[in-house]
Design a protein around this ligand. Structure first.
Ligand SMILES: [Zn+2]
Length: 111
């Protein structure tokens, strides 16, 4: 049985507008901040409870960011998720670590 790689580092690069995640197997991926904000998994951003299971359109991570973002904080939540605090104080999205890894693999063409 393979151990799932764990997230070992999160680096917020304000100038580059990216958040780089590093995993225990050496894989790393720089998420565009605007994409992460638009992929926010909270009920409000998803548009209601009935949409909570809907997959994120990965196009939010591609192309030109719509808006310059500021990340005020990236907080680990109970070892299973990351919580970002955005420039507007929004922080109700919990980004599951397995979801971040899946997005990173899909966007880098690894999966
Ligand atoms: Zn949200």
């Amino acid at each position: 049985m393979n151990m799932a790689p764990t997230l070992t580092g999160v680096t917020v690069e304000q100038d580059a507008q990216t958040i780089t995640c590093t995993w225990s197997d050496g894989f790393r991926f720089a998420f565009p901040m605007d994409g992460l904000r638009r992929a926010c998994p909270c009920v409000m951003c998803k548009g209601g409870h009935e949409h909570m299971g809907a997959p994120v359109d990965l196009d939010v991570f591609r192309g030109t960011p719509l808006k310059r973002r500021t990340v005020r904080g990236a907080q680990p939540m109970g070892g299973y998720a990351l919580q970002f605090t955005w420039e507007d104080g929004h922080n109700s999205g919990l980004y599951r670590l397995d979801q971040l890894r899946a997005w990173a693999e899909a966007l880098s063409g690894r999966s």
